[in-house]
Ligand binder design. Sequence first.
Ligand SMILES: Nc1ncnc2c1ncn2[C@@H]1O[C@H](COP(=O)(O)OP(=O)(O)OP(=O)(O)O)[C@@H](O)[C@H]1O
Length: 249
Amino acid sequence: MGIVLEAKGLTKEFKGFVAVNNVDLAVEEGSIHALIGPNGAGKTTCFNLLTKFLQPTSGTITYRGRDITRMKPAGIARLGLVRSFQISAVFPDLSVLQNVRVALQRKRGESYDFWRSEKILTRFDDEARAHVEEVGLTEFIDHRAGELSYGRKRALEIAATLALEPDMLLLDEPMAGMAQADVERITALIRRVAKNRTILMVEHNLSVVADLSDRITVLARGEILAEGDYATVSKAPAVIDAYIGAGHD
Ligand SMILES: Nc1ncnc2c1ncn2[C@@H]1O[C@H](COP(=O)(O)OP(=O)(O)OP(=O)(O)O)[C@@H](O)[C@H]1O
C-alpha cells in the first residue's frame, strides 16, 4: 500500500476569504476516504482543488509521487485520477449502452479516427457492456438514459467514469438527492468499484460515510479538525462542537 494522492499546505483564498487553509491530506492506495464537515467547511473547494477544477493559492498536490498542482483535469484523468461525471453529462436521448460507448470513444478517439471502423465500434460495445454490468445496469442497457431513476442515472454516470479507466475515483456527494433504496444500491456499487481502486468522496450522508469509509477527514472553516476511522472522528469533541455549532443538513 502507500499514499496515492497527497496534498500539502493546500490553501485557497477567494478575495481574501480563506476557504481552505493549509490542509494536509494523504489518501492511501485502495482505501475509501471521505471528506466531511458542516456546511461551508470547504469540502467542495477542497474537492475542486484536488480534481484541478480550481487552482490553489498555495500548496502542492501529488498523485503517485508526481506533482499535479498545475495540471488540468483532462491531464490528471489521463494519469488515472478521474472525477465522476455530473448527471448533466449523461445524454438523456441515448441508451445506457450508447452513453458508455460515447465515453469510451471520447477517451480513445483523441488520437485516432475510430468512427469509420465497424470492428472497433463493436469492440467498444463489448467494453461498454462490461462497464454497464459492473454497475448493475444490464437489464436497462437499451433504455433511454433519460428514463432511468435518479439512482440509476448516477450508476450510469459511474459506468461512464469507469470507461476512463480510473485508478482513483473522486466522487462529489454521490448520495445527494437520493431515496433510501438508491442510497443502498449506490453504496453497494461504490463498494464494488472500490475493490481495485482508490476512492475519495465528499458526502453529507453520515451513515453512508460510516458504512463505507476506511478513513475520514473532517473539515471545518477550511481546516482539518480530525482524521481517522468513523468511531474515532465521531467521538472527537471538536467534531461534535463543529457540527452542533454550524448546523448540518
Ligand atoms: N468562488 C467562491 N468565491 C467566494 N467564496 C467562495 C467561493 N466558493 C466557496 N466560497 C466560500 O468558501 C467557503 C467554503 O465553501 P465550500 O462550498 O467549499 O464548503 P462546503 O463544505 O462544500 O459546504 P456545503 O456542505 O454547504 O456544500 C464558504 O464560506 C463559501 O461561501
